[in-house]
Write a protein that binds this ligand. Sequence first.
Ligand SMILES: Nc1ncnc2c1ncn2[C@@H]1O[C@H](COP(=O)(O)OP(=O)(O)OP(=O)(O)O)[C@@H](O)[C@H]1O
Ligand SMILES: [Mg+2]
Length: 353
Amino acid sequence: MNLADRVLVPLLLISTVLAFALCELITLGVVGALSGLSGLGYFAYDKYKCRYQECCTDEYIHPDLDRLEYMLTAKLYGQQIARETIINALRGHWETHNSPKALVMSFHGTPGTGKNFVVQMIARAFYKNGMESKYFHFFNGRNDFPLERKVDEYKEVLYKIISNGLQECERSMYVFDEVDKMPEGLLNMLVPFLDYNSYHKSTKTGESMYQNKAIFIFLSNTGSTQIVQHLTNMWERGNNREDTQLQDFEKLIADGAFSEKGGFYHSDTIQTSVIDHYVPFLPLEEVHVRKCLARAFTERGVNPKDDEIEEALSHLTFGPEPHNLYSMAGCKRIEQKVAAIVYRKRSETKTIK
Ligand SMILES: Nc1ncnc2c1ncn2[C@@H]1O[C@H](COP(=O)(O)OP(=O)(O)OP(=O)(O)O)[C@@H](O)[C@H]1O
Ligand SMILES: [Mg+2]
Protein backbone atom coordinates (compact mmCIF):
# COMPACT_ATOMS: atom_id res chain seq x y z
CA MET A 1 0.00 0.00 0.00
CA ASN A 2 1.49 3.36 -1.06
CA LEU A 3 1.20 6.61 0.89
CA ALA A 4 -1.79 7.89 -1.07
CA ASP A 5 -3.65 4.64 -0.32
CA ARG A 6 -2.73 4.81 3.36
CA VAL A 7 -4.29 8.27 3.63
CA LEU A 8 -7.18 7.90 1.20
CA VAL A 9 -8.64 4.58 2.47
CA PRO A 10 -9.14 5.68 6.12
CA LEU A 11 -10.45 9.02 4.92
CA LEU A 12 -12.98 7.26 2.71
CA LEU A 13 -14.00 4.99 5.58
CA ILE A 14 -14.42 7.87 8.01
CA SER A 15 -16.48 9.93 5.56
CA THR A 16 -18.78 6.93 4.82
CA VAL A 17 -19.39 6.42 8.54
CA LEU A 18 -20.04 10.13 8.98
CA ALA A 19 -22.49 10.14 6.05
CA PHE A 20 -24.38 7.22 7.55
CA ALA A 21 -24.51 8.89 10.95
CA LEU A 22 -25.78 12.09 9.35
CA CYS A 23 -28.53 10.20 7.50
CA GLU A 24 -29.56 8.49 10.74
CA LEU A 25 -29.70 11.81 12.53
CA ILE A 26 -31.82 13.35 9.81
CA THR A 27 -34.22 10.38 9.81
CA LEU A 28 -34.50 10.49 13.58
CA GLY A 29 -35.10 14.20 13.45
CA VAL A 30 -37.84 13.88 10.84
CA VAL A 31 -39.52 10.99 12.68
CA GLY A 32 -39.22 12.82 15.97
CA ALA A 33 -40.68 15.99 14.55
CA LEU A 34 -43.52 14.08 12.90
CA SER A 35 -44.39 12.12 16.02
CA GLY A 36 -44.15 15.31 18.05
CA LEU A 37 -46.56 16.94 15.65
CA SER A 38 -48.94 13.99 15.65
CA GLY A 39 -48.83 13.93 19.48
CA LEU A 40 -49.60 17.61 19.48
CA GLY A 41 -52.33 17.05 16.90
CA TYR A 42 -53.87 14.29 18.96
CA PHE A 43 -53.74 16.45 22.07
CA ALA A 44 -55.36 19.35 20.22
CA TYR A 45 -58.01 17.05 18.76
CA ASP A 46 -58.75 15.62 22.20
CA LYS A 47 -59.07 19.08 23.68
CA TYR A 48 -61.30 20.22 20.86
CA LYS A 49 -63.47 17.10 21.06
CA CYS A 50 -63.89 17.47 24.82
CA ARG A 51 -65.25 20.97 24.38
CA TYR A 52 -68.25 19.52 22.62
CA GLN A 53 -68.68 16.09 24.11
CA GLU A 54 -68.24 14.53 27.50
CA CYS A 55 -64.78 13.20 28.31
CA CYS A 56 -63.29 11.46 31.29
CA THR A 57 -61.60 14.66 32.45
CA ASP A 58 -61.74 16.90 35.49
CA GLU A 59 -63.93 19.28 33.58
CA TYR A 60 -66.70 16.69 33.41
CA ILE A 61 -65.96 14.74 36.56
CA HIS A 62 -65.39 17.01 39.46
CA PRO A 63 -67.10 15.89 42.64
CA ASP A 64 -68.34 18.70 44.82
CA LEU A 65 -68.64 16.82 48.07
CA ASP A 66 -69.20 19.92 50.20
CA ARG A 67 -72.23 20.72 48.11
CA LEU A 68 -73.40 17.12 48.29
CA GLU A 69 -73.14 17.22 52.07
CA TYR A 70 -75.09 20.45 52.14
CA MET A 71 -77.80 18.99 49.88
CA LEU A 72 -78.07 15.84 51.95
CA THR A 73 -78.36 17.85 55.14
CA ALA A 74 -80.98 20.17 53.69
CA LYS A 75 -83.09 17.76 51.65
CA LEU A 76 -82.81 14.27 53.09
CA TYR A 77 -84.92 13.88 56.21
CA GLY A 78 -84.35 11.44 59.05
CA GLN A 79 -81.32 9.65 57.59
CA GLN A 80 -78.41 10.88 59.64
CA ILE A 81 -76.62 7.50 59.55
CA ALA A 82 -76.92 7.25 55.78
CA ARG A 83 -75.83 10.85 55.29
CA GLU A 84 -72.70 10.56 57.41
CA THR A 85 -71.72 7.13 56.13
CA ILE A 86 -72.09 8.09 52.48
CA ILE A 87 -70.26 11.40 52.74
CA ASN A 88 -67.33 9.91 54.68
CA ALA A 89 -67.11 6.95 52.30
CA LEU A 90 -67.08 9.19 49.22
CA ARG A 91 -64.54 11.59 50.67
CA GLY A 92 -62.27 8.75 51.76
CA HIS A 93 -62.44 7.07 48.38
CA TRP A 94 -61.97 10.18 46.32
CA GLU A 95 -59.16 11.62 48.34
CA THR A 96 -57.12 8.39 48.38
CA HIS A 97 -54.66 8.95 45.56
CA ASN A 98 -54.24 5.39 44.33
CA SER A 99 -57.33 3.74 45.72
CA PRO A 100 -56.66 0.00 45.54
CA LYS A 101 -60.31 -0.98 45.51
CA ALA A 102 -63.56 0.28 44.03
CA LEU A 103 -65.89 1.87 46.54
CA VAL A 104 -68.87 -0.40 47.08
CA MET A 105 -71.93 0.70 49.01
CA SER A 106 -75.21 -1.07 49.47
CA PHE A 107 -78.29 0.96 50.43
CA HIS A 108 -81.05 -0.90 52.29
CA GLY A 109 -84.41 0.20 53.57
CA THR A 110 -88.17 0.27 53.24
CA PRO A 111 -89.81 1.97 50.21
CA GLY A 112 -89.69 5.74 49.85
CA THR A 113 -86.90 6.36 52.33
CA GLY A 114 -84.56 8.10 49.88
CA LYS A 115 -82.27 5.49 48.30
CA ASN A 116 -82.77 6.62 44.69
CA PHE A 117 -83.08 10.22 45.82
CA VAL A 118 -79.53 10.04 47.25
CA VAL A 119 -78.17 8.33 44.14
CA GLN A 120 -79.50 11.21 42.04
CA MET A 121 -77.75 13.70 44.31
CA ILE A 122 -74.48 11.76 44.14
CA ALA A 123 -74.62 11.62 40.34
CA ARG A 124 -75.23 15.36 40.16
CA ALA A 125 -72.38 16.05 42.56
CA PHE A 126 -69.90 13.90 40.61
CA TYR A 127 -70.70 14.44 36.98
CA LYS A 128 -71.28 17.69 35.16
CA ASN A 129 -74.00 15.84 33.21
CA GLY A 130 -75.47 14.21 36.33
CA MET A 131 -77.46 11.06 35.67
CA GLU A 132 -77.16 11.76 31.93
CA SER A 133 -73.40 11.27 32.08
CA LYS A 134 -72.15 8.41 29.95
CA TYR A 135 -69.99 7.39 32.89
CA PHE A 136 -73.04 6.90 35.11
CA HIS A 137 -74.50 3.44 34.49
CA PHE A 138 -77.87 2.54 35.94
CA PHE A 139 -79.40 -0.94 35.95
CA ASN A 140 -82.74 -1.99 37.29
CA GLY A 141 -82.99 -5.57 38.53
CA ARG A 142 -86.60 -5.97 37.52
CA ASN A 143 -86.40 -4.41 34.05
CA ASP A 144 -82.89 -5.18 32.88
CA PHE A 145 -82.53 -8.72 34.20
CA PRO A 146 -86.06 -10.13 34.39
CA LEU A 147 -85.47 -13.79 33.55
CA GLU A 148 -83.87 -16.31 35.88
CA ARG A 149 -83.00 -18.67 33.01
CA LYS A 150 -81.00 -15.99 31.20
CA VAL A 151 -78.58 -15.40 34.04
CA ASP A 152 -75.51 -16.55 32.07
CA GLU A 153 -76.38 -14.29 29.16
CA TYR A 154 -76.82 -11.33 31.53
CA LYS A 155 -73.47 -12.09 33.14
CA GLU A 156 -71.70 -11.84 29.79
CA VAL A 157 -73.42 -8.61 28.80
CA LEU A 158 -72.81 -7.04 32.17
CA TYR A 159 -69.15 -8.05 32.14
CA LYS A 160 -68.66 -6.34 28.79
CA ILE A 161 -70.48 -3.18 29.82
CA ILE A 162 -68.48 -2.84 33.01
CA SER A 163 -65.05 -3.65 31.61
CA ASN A 164 -65.55 -1.40 28.57
CA GLY A 165 -66.93 1.33 30.80
CA LEU A 166 -63.94 1.16 33.13
CA GLN A 167 -61.52 1.19 30.25
CA GLU A 168 -63.14 4.30 28.90
CA CYS A 169 -63.20 5.98 32.28
CA GLU A 170 -61.95 4.65 35.56
CA ARG A 171 -64.13 7.16 37.39
CA SER A 172 -67.33 5.45 36.29
CA MET A 173 -70.25 4.79 38.59
CA TYR A 174 -72.48 1.70 38.45
CA VAL A 175 -75.82 1.62 40.23
CA PHE A 176 -77.90 -1.53 40.56
CA ASP A 177 -81.45 -0.79 41.65
CA GLU A 178 -83.94 -3.36 42.93
CA VAL A 179 -81.20 -5.90 43.54
CA ASP A 180 -83.76 -8.07 45.30
CA LYS A 181 -85.51 -8.57 41.92
CA MET A 182 -82.35 -9.79 40.19
CA PRO A 183 -81.74 -13.45 39.42
CA GLU A 184 -79.69 -15.16 42.07
CA GLY A 185 -76.00 -15.48 41.22
CA LEU A 186 -75.87 -12.60 38.75
CA LEU A 187 -74.01 -10.34 41.12
CA ASN A 188 -71.26 -12.89 41.62
CA MET A 189 -69.71 -11.88 38.32
CA LEU A 190 -69.07 -8.45 39.79
CA VAL A 191 -66.65 -9.66 42.45
CA PRO A 192 -63.47 -9.19 40.35
CA PHE A 193 -64.48 -5.59 39.65
CA LEU A 194 -65.15 -4.86 43.28
CA ASP A 195 -62.21 -6.55 44.91
CA TYR A 196 -58.70 -5.38 45.76
CA ASN A 197 -56.54 -4.77 42.69
CA SER A 198 -57.93 -7.80 41.01
CA TYR A 199 -59.18 -6.09 37.96
CA HIS A 200 -58.40 -2.62 36.95
CA LYS A 201 -55.19 -1.12 35.70
CA SER A 202 -55.02 2.57 34.91
CA THR A 203 -55.38 2.80 31.16
CA LYS A 204 -55.45 6.55 30.76
CA THR A 205 -52.10 7.23 32.35
CA GLY A 206 -50.52 3.98 31.24
CA GLU A 207 -49.18 3.56 34.78
CA SER A 208 -48.45 0.06 35.78
CA MET A 209 -49.82 0.78 39.23
CA TYR A 210 -53.24 -0.70 39.81
CA GLN A 211 -55.90 1.63 41.00
CA ASN A 212 -59.63 1.57 41.17
CA LYS A 213 -61.60 4.79 41.26
CA ALA A 214 -64.92 3.26 40.33
CA ILE A 215 -68.00 3.41 42.53
CA PHE A 216 -70.62 0.68 42.77
CA ILE A 217 -73.93 1.20 44.56
CA PHE A 218 -76.60 -1.41 45.20
CA LEU A 219 -80.15 -0.53 46.22
CA SER A 220 -82.68 -2.90 47.69
CA ASN A 221 -85.41 -3.47 50.23
CA THR A 222 -83.64 -6.50 51.68
CA GLY A 223 -82.78 -6.18 55.33
CA SER A 224 -85.72 -3.78 55.84
CA THR A 225 -87.52 -6.06 58.27
CA GLN A 226 -84.40 -6.18 60.42
CA ILE A 227 -83.96 -2.39 60.27
CA VAL A 228 -87.59 -1.72 61.26
CA GLN A 229 -87.46 -4.33 64.01
CA HIS A 230 -84.29 -2.91 65.51
CA LEU A 231 -85.59 0.64 65.45
CA THR A 232 -88.89 -0.40 67.00
CA ASN A 233 -87.08 -2.26 69.78
CA MET A 234 -85.06 0.85 70.50
CA TRP A 235 -88.19 2.99 70.56
CA GLU A 236 -89.82 0.57 73.02
CA ARG A 237 -86.78 0.95 75.26
CA GLY A 238 -87.24 4.72 75.18
CA ASN A 239 -84.37 5.52 72.77
CA ASN A 240 -84.90 7.54 69.65
CA ARG A 241 -83.49 7.19 66.16
CA GLU A 242 -80.79 9.80 66.69
CA ASP A 243 -79.21 7.44 69.24
CA THR A 244 -78.62 4.71 66.65
CA GLN A 245 -75.41 4.25 64.74
CA LEU A 246 -74.14 2.40 61.69
CA GLN A 247 -72.66 -0.47 63.70
CA ASP A 248 -76.13 -1.32 65.03
CA PHE A 249 -77.30 -2.17 61.54
CA GLU A 250 -74.45 -3.37 59.35
CA LYS A 251 -74.39 -6.98 60.45
CA LEU A 252 -78.17 -7.17 60.63
CA ILE A 253 -78.48 -5.98 57.04
CA ALA A 254 -75.72 -8.19 55.64
CA ASP A 255 -77.20 -11.28 57.30
CA GLY A 256 -80.72 -10.33 56.20
CA ALA A 257 -79.72 -9.65 52.59
CA PHE A 258 -77.70 -12.85 52.37
CA SER A 259 -80.61 -15.01 53.43
CA GLU A 260 -83.47 -13.25 51.60
CA LYS A 261 -84.45 -14.24 48.07
CA GLY A 262 -83.04 -12.09 45.27
CA GLY A 263 -79.71 -10.87 43.94
CA PHE A 264 -77.87 -11.04 47.25
CA TYR A 265 -79.17 -14.51 48.15
CA HIS A 266 -76.14 -16.56 49.19
CA SER A 267 -74.11 -14.15 47.13
CA ASP A 268 -70.33 -14.14 46.73
CA THR A 269 -70.47 -10.36 46.85
CA ILE A 270 -71.43 -10.62 50.49
CA GLN A 271 -69.46 -13.73 51.34
CA THR A 272 -66.21 -12.30 50.00
CA SER A 273 -66.77 -9.03 51.89
CA VAL A 274 -66.34 -6.78 48.88
CA ILE A 275 -69.16 -4.50 50.02
CA ASP A 276 -67.52 -1.73 52.02
CA HIS A 277 -70.59 -0.13 53.58
CA TYR A 278 -74.07 -1.44 54.25
CA VAL A 279 -76.06 1.75 54.57
CA PRO A 280 -79.37 1.64 56.45
CA PHE A 281 -82.18 3.92 55.31
CA LEU A 282 -84.44 4.16 58.33
CA PRO A 283 -88.23 4.09 57.96
CA LEU A 284 -89.70 7.58 58.03
CA GLU A 285 -91.88 8.83 60.90
CA GLU A 286 -94.80 11.22 60.63
CA VAL A 287 -92.55 14.18 61.39
CA HIS A 288 -90.40 13.43 58.33
CA VAL A 289 -93.36 12.81 56.06
CA ARG A 290 -94.82 16.16 57.07
CA LYS A 291 -91.58 17.80 55.92
CA CYS A 292 -91.82 16.00 52.57
CA LEU A 293 -95.41 17.22 52.24
CA ALA A 294 -94.55 20.81 53.10
CA ARG A 295 -91.73 20.74 50.55
CA ALA A 296 -93.96 19.31 47.84
CA PHE A 297 -96.51 22.11 48.39
CA THR A 298 -93.83 24.80 48.45
CA GLU A 299 -92.30 23.49 45.22
CA ARG A 300 -95.71 24.04 43.63
CA GLY A 301 -95.77 27.59 44.85
CA VAL A 302 -98.38 26.87 47.54
CA ASN A 303 -98.07 27.76 51.19
CA PRO A 304 -99.97 24.76 52.61
CA LYS A 305 -102.75 25.17 55.14
CA ASP A 306 -103.10 22.65 57.97
CA ASP A 307 -106.14 20.98 56.42
CA GLU A 308 -104.25 20.46 53.16
CA ILE A 309 -101.36 18.78 54.98
CA GLU A 310 -103.84 16.62 56.95
CA GLU A 311 -105.64 15.63 53.77
CA ALA A 312 -102.41 14.56 52.09
CA LEU A 313 -101.36 12.73 55.22
CA SER A 314 -104.62 10.79 55.30
CA HIS A 315 -103.59 9.03 52.08
CA LEU A 316 -100.60 7.44 53.76
CA THR A 317 -100.56 4.28 55.85
CA PHE A 318 -98.49 3.87 58.96
CA GLY A 319 -97.28 0.56 60.37
CA PRO A 320 -96.31 -1.97 61.52
CA GLU A 321 -98.82 -2.87 64.21
CA PRO A 322 -99.19 -2.18 67.11
CA HIS A 323 -97.29 1.14 67.23
CA ASN A 324 -97.76 2.27 63.64
CA LEU A 325 -94.75 4.52 63.86
CA TYR A 326 -93.55 4.49 60.28
CA SER A 327 -94.94 5.51 56.92
CA MET A 328 -95.17 2.29 54.93
CA ALA A 329 -94.31 4.02 51.64
CA GLY A 330 -92.05 6.65 53.21
CA CYS A 331 -92.25 9.84 51.18
CA LYS A 332 -93.12 8.00 47.98
CA ARG A 333 -96.07 9.21 45.90
CA ILE A 334 -96.36 12.32 48.06
CA GLU A 335 -95.68 14.61 45.13
CA GLN A 336 -98.54 13.05 43.19
CA LYS A 337 -100.96 13.39 46.13
CA VAL A 338 -99.98 17.00 46.65
CA ALA A 339 -100.26 17.73 42.93
CA ALA A 340 -103.83 16.36 42.94
CA ILE A 341 -104.83 18.41 46.00
CA VAL A 342 -103.33 21.62 44.61
CA TYR A 343 -105.02 21.05 41.27
CA ARG A 344 -108.40 20.43 42.91
CA LYS A 345 -108.14 23.51 45.14
CA ARG A 346 -107.19 25.68 42.16
CA SER A 347 -110.12 24.45 40.09
CA GLU A 348 -112.49 25.01 43.07
CA THR A 349 -111.34 28.62 43.42
CA LYS A 350 -111.78 29.16 39.68
CA THR A 351 -115.41 27.89 39.77
CA ILE A 352 -116.25 30.07 42.80
CA LYS A 353 -114.99 33.16 40.92
N1 LIG B 1 -85.57 10.69 53.58
C1 LIG B 1 -86.16 11.49 52.68
N2 LIG B 1 -86.10 12.83 52.82
C2 LIG B 1 -86.70 13.63 51.91
N3 LIG B 1 -87.39 13.19 50.85
C3 LIG B 1 -87.47 11.86 50.65
C4 LIG B 1 -86.86 10.95 51.55
N4 LIG B 1 -87.12 9.71 51.12
C5 LIG B 1 -87.82 9.83 50.00
N5 LIG B 1 -88.04 11.11 49.71
C6 LIG B 1 -88.85 11.63 48.57
O1 LIG B 1 -89.59 10.53 48.05
C7 LIG B 1 -89.25 10.26 46.69
C8 LIG B 1 -89.16 8.76 46.50
O2 LIG B 1 -88.03 8.26 47.22
P1 LIG B 1 -86.99 7.23 46.61
O3 LIG B 1 -87.32 6.94 45.20
O4 LIG B 1 -85.62 7.71 46.90
O5 LIG B 1 -87.32 5.94 47.49
P2 LIG B 1 -86.54 4.56 47.57
O6 LIG B 1 -85.91 4.50 48.92
O7 LIG B 1 -85.66 4.41 46.41
O8 LIG B 1 -87.77 3.53 47.56
P3 LIG B 1 -87.94 2.07 46.91
O9 LIG B 1 -87.33 1.11 47.86
O10 LIG B 1 -89.42 1.87 46.83
O11 LIG B 1 -87.29 2.10 45.57
C9 LIG B 1 -87.93 11.01 46.48
O12 LIG B 1 -87.82 11.44 45.15
C10 LIG B 1 -88.01 12.15 47.43
O13 LIG B 1 -88.73 13.23 46.86
MG1 LIG C 1 -85.91 3.06 44.77
